[in-house]
Design a protein around this ligand. Structure first.
Ligand SMILES: *[C@@H]1O[C@H](CO)[C@@H](O)[C@H](O)[C@H]1NC(C)=O
Ligand SMILES: *[C@@H]1O[C@H](CO)[C@@H](O)[C@H](O)[C@H]1NC(C)=O
Ligand SMILES: *[C@@H]1O[C@H](CO)[C@@H](O)[C@H](O)[C@H]1NC(C)=O
Ligand SMILES: *[C@@H]1O[C@H](CO)[C@@H](O)[C@H](O)[C@H]1NC(C)=O
Ligand SMILES: *[C@@H]1O[C@H](CO)[C@@H](O)[C@H](O)[C@H]1NC(C)=O
Ligand SMILES: *[C@@H]1O[C@H](CO)[C@@H](O)[C@H](O)[C@H]1NC(C)=O
Ligand SMILES: *[C@@H]1O[C@H](CO)[C@@H](O)[C@H](O)[C@H]1NC(C)=O
Ligand SMILES: *[C@@H]1O[C@H](CO)[C@@H](O)[C@H](O)[C@H]1NC(C)=O
Ligand SMILES: *[C@@H]1O[C@H](CO)[C@@H](O)[C@H](O)[C@H]1NC(C)=O
Length: 340
């Protein structure tokens, strides 16, 4: 089903923390709302660059041969009670069922990580009928998850609702993408491995809403929270797409010799994951970034699994290094997929 032969590394980051560098837990302000108030759909690169029409690209294309529509939402939350959480929901719409229906391989899940307590929970569910809207972006996965656009352009305000009663988790959030979107490969249309696919992200979004975990309800402080949203297809090779604060996009080769360290074994699946990676870039500055999941060897967070046969790991990560000769630091997610 979703198995992909790769170690996929997503070093998501935010320039807020790079420019206003703080250690990641030193003050109340860990991550902030996007600095731009410009709705992404009005950004010049989004409307006039060599890019996908993102309003149309939000349409679900289950009949495409690549047939893998992945919508990944990462919330970086400060609550009104000053607690920090990283919260991820995702859905893959695949027409693997009988007569191309979506009740075969489609999958959905979530992960939550509390920076304060180290508590983490997740669940991953597959094999349920997924329905999707014809007029607007709307993906519904059983009665447990819904991602839908509140606006006709499919992108300016997106609501996520999740309700996993068995796992003691529910969520109702809305995010509004701000500033330029990040178009992977520069245009969002690219060959990755042997597969042509589309992939783009909103790297900053104004975020509101509430969520409950283990019986406690939390309210998002929109001034100190943001969202990363990915719409993607398939994956394989080593490259990076950088989005600068001024909107400039740059595609950079990544040295495929990525150096993983700090192995830890999941008590749930007995799989080995890595707590840190050194990634170097094939640019003229020998840029290099080290990404470390804080205390992951003790806290063992980030894995989402579906039985023994399938698992991946999205862990909260801080990074530092040099980028084009300048020191950089920040935070993000590193996603690992098993090699088999
Ligand atoms: C994207 O496609 C929609 C629907 O066809 C259209 O209304 C909109 O103008 C297009 N956007 C751009 C930036 O071309
Ligand atoms: C929004 O997505 C729907 C499919 O989900 C598509 O039919 C519609 O054309 C899109 N809207 C725009 C403005 O592109
Ligand atoms: C299923 O989708 C494929 C394209 O991916 C198409 O060629 C085929 O005709 C479809 N089958 C049915 C029963 O709709
Ligand atoms: C929820 O409770 C379970 C069981 O006590 C615990 O393992 C997990 O860490 C908690 N989740 C969070 C996000 O705190
Ligand atoms: C979640 O679903 C259950 C029923 O399965 C319902 O009782 C509960 O109110 C729902 N919670 C939310 C937050 O929607
Ligand atoms: C989600 O929250 C919004 C804003 O508070 C509310 O209008 C909507 O009814 C909620 N949706 C669900 C399913 O609870
Ligand atoms: C949810 O977590 C709370 C607090 O840990 C607990 O009291 C409650 O029984 C749990 N509910 C379920 C359905 O597991
Ligand atoms: C976990 O995997 C190791 C090898 O990777 C194996 O030796 C060990 O028996 C496994 N443990 C369990 C409980 O499956
Ligand atoms: C990154 O931070 C570590 C300590 O956390 C430090 O040892 C290392 O020199 C830093 N690397 C760079 C390139 O700044």
């Amino acid at each position: 089903m979703l198995l992909k032969p790769l170690l996929c590394l997503w070093a998501l980051s935010s320039y807020h923390l790079v420019t206003r560098a703080q250690t990641y837990e030193s003050r109340g302000e860990l991550w902030l709302a996007p600095t731009s108030n410009e709705p992404s759909i009005q950004n010049p690169y989004v409307t006039s660059g060599p890019t996908l029409n993102v309003s149309l690209n939000q349409a679900i294309r289950v009949q495409s041969p690549a047939g893998f529509n992945s919508h990944w939402v990462g919330h970086w939350i400060t609550t009104t009670e000053n607690l920090h959480f990283v919260l991820i929901t995702f859905s893959n719409v695949v027409n693997g069922g009988p007569d191309n229906s979506t009740d075969g391989d489609s999958a959905n899940g979530w992960l939550i990580y509390s920076l304060a307590s180290g508590g983490s929970s997740s669940s991953f569910i597959a094999g349920k009928l997924t329905t999707f809207g014809q007029d607007k972006l709307r993906i519904q996965f059983g009665d447990q998850y819904e991602l839908h656009s509140l606006t006709d352009d499919n992108i300016s305000a997106i609501n996520v609702i999740a309700n996993y009663t068995e796992s003691n988790f529910s969520l109702n959030t809305t995010f509004q993408p701000r500033g330029s979107l990040l178009f992977n490969g520069g245009s969002g249309s690219l060959y990755w491995g042997s597969v042509f696919n589309h992939q783009w992200s909103s790297s900053a979004a104004y975020t509101t809403g509430t969520f409950s975990t283990n019986g406690t309800r939390h309210t998002i402080d929109p001034k100190r929270s943001t969202t990363w949203y990915n719409q993607q297809s398939d994956a394989i090779k080593a490259f990076a797409t950088a989005l600068y604060p001024n909107g400039e996009q740059e595609v950079v080769s990544v040295n495929p010799d990525i150096k993983p360290k700090d192995a830890w074994v999941s008590p749930a699946t007995n799989r080995t994951w890595y707590g840190s990676f050194e990634v170097s870039f094939l640019d003229e500055y020998n840029s290099v970034i080290t990404a470390v999941a804080p205390d992951v060897i003790n806290r063992k967070f980030g894995e989402a699994s579906f039985g023994p046969s399938f698992a991946f790991c999205d862990s909260f990560t801080v990074y530092n290094g040099t980028w084009k000769g300048q020191s950089v630091r920040g935070w993000g997610i590193v996603e690992q997929w098993p090699a088999s």
